[in-house]
Design a protein around this ligand. Structure first.
Ligand code: FA5
Ligand code: MG
Length: 422
């Protein structure tokens, strides 16, 4: 089954991305809706919530070099192999990542730049960028979002270990004087091990310094904002995680309106990453945090599509260096339309449908839900029923407009996948 057909009715032999023409091949699955997002640079706009938040994070790490201008087009080698992803890791699949062709893809995370940044000689750095993932559609998932990568490495010498301990002592004192409640876990455990090439005492010091650095960032970001925890102390929880490029690894969650919300992933950098970057005699930590998730909490932004809005009623609410609570403009009524069809192939993925809907109807879609799945006992064919909610953020859609979007979804589904509508 040919993926190239699935993403564009356009039979051109090349796809143009950021002014460069790339030959299409069987991997090509980037959509025009995504191509139009690539030059928006929201995190560089000083009055945009993502720009305001980037600046706030950078100001918390004044000694770190800050980068924010790396192209989103990378090789799978940078995005995966440099970070020791196994050959069969699901993240590499066409269903999860946007490929321009076999050789180039859109980065799925800012970790894609770790090796090259260390290689340039940077030892304490932040890197903010737009990242892209094929995913489901709802209020907190969008195929384009932003991450901030942060990393710090130390020379592996007794003297530099003293330097970490001093830094950790300073951070502990800052946190002790604050109103923050932290649920911690051991730095190292049987299920979250120290790397074989690491001295466990040093790895402990690195993990501890990582946790203190991020707890103090959480305090800096959330501590002063009453709308985050409604007057209660800030609650932060550390949990064990797994990433192919760190060990031990952690995720951080913050309590927001009674629920734990995942903010970031982090860990002690895998030594093979540092070897590839020509800094084998160093040891250190890295983290990657989701800017939209944090901005939704800080500014009270209820829907992730709003970050891409050009509506002045959204944009004019924000100013550089200021965190104020977003005042929603009136919410328009939802318009639900169902669609049922026999799946065109065994490899058809829910993400294929979501991507097609975003491409055909843009940000007028609020969410897509799979409401029924049925496999015929005799023919063994499977049918899916999806419910698409058409609701614009800035105006009321007429039923005719919603129908027009829905007709486009149906015709693209027929044209690109050759499906039979039920
Ligand atoms: C990563 O992307 C790792 N690169 C993080 C990392 C860096 C680990 C360095 C270790 C060392 P993850 O897929 O969990 O991990 O994403 C990190 C954060 O990005 C999440 O915690 C979340 O805040 C945000 N994020 C992930 N997926 C989405 C999405 N679809 N929409 C919005 N934000 C997202
Ligand atoms: Mg995660």
């Amino acid at each position: 089954y040919c993926r190239a057909l699935a993403t564009s009715s356009n039979s051109a032999s090349h796809v143009s991305v950021l002014g460069h023409d790339y030959p299409r091949d069987s991997h090509t699955n980037i959509t025009s809706a995504i191509i139009h997002k690539l030059n928006k640079r929201l995190h560089l706009q000083p009055s945009h919530p993502l720009g305001i938040l980037r600046t706030l994070i950078e100001s918390h790490f004044p000694k770190f070099s800050a980068f924010s201008d790396m192209s989103p087009v990378v090789t799978p080698a940078r995005n995966f192999d440099d970070l020791s992803f196994p050959a069969d890791h699901p993240g590499r699949a066409l269903t999860d990542s946007y490929y321009i062709n076999k050789e180039y893809m859109l980065r799925t995370h800012t970790s894609a730049h770790e090796v090259e940044t260390f290689k340039k000689g940077h030892r304490e750095w932040l890197l903010t960028a737009d990242v892209y993932r094929r995913d489901e559609i709802d209020a907190s998932h969008y195929p384009a979002f932003h991450q901030v990568e942060g990393a710090r490495i130390f020379h592996d010498t007794p003297n530099s270990m003293k330097e970490i301990e001093e830094d950790s002592t300073r951070l502990s004192a800052y946190l002790a004087s604050s109103n923050i409640v932290i649920e911690d876990i051991p730095h190292i455990s049987a299920t979250n091990p120290v790397q074989p090439s690491h001295d466990s005492v040093k790895a402990e010091l690195i993990a501890k310094n990582l946790k203190l650095s991020l707890n103090s960032l959480m305090l800096h970001l959330f501590g002063g904002h009453a709308n985050v925890n409604e007057g209660e102390p800030l609650r932060v929880r550390w949990i064990e995680a797994y990433f192919p490029f760190t060990s031990p690894s952690f995720e951080v969650e913050v309590m927001f309106h009674g629920k734990w919300l995942e903010i970031l992933g982090c860990g002690v950098v895998l030594q093979s990453t540092l070897d590839r970057a020509n800094v084998p005699d160093s040891i250190g930590w890295a983290f990657g945090l989701g800017l939209e998730r944090i901005a939704m909490i800080l500014f009270g932004i209820p829907d992730i599509r709003l970050f891409w809005s050009k509506d002045p009623r959204f944009l004019e609410q924000f100013a550089p260096g200021t965190i104020n609570t977003f005042k929603p403009f009136s919410k328009h009524p939802p318009c639900y339309k169902d669609i049922s069809f026999w799946l065109p192939s065994a490899t058809f993925h829910e993400n294929d449908f979501c991507d097609l809907v975003r491409d055909a109807a843009g940000d007028s879609v609020e969410d897509v839900k799979l409401i029924d799945s049925f496999t015929h006992p005799k023919t063994n064919r499977t049918s899916h029923c999806y419910r698409v909610n058409y609701r614009s953020m800035d105006r009321s859609l007429t039923n005719e407009e919603a129908n027009a979007y829905h007709d486009r979804v149906i015709s693209e589904l027929k044209q690109n996948f050759g499906v039979e509508i039920r």
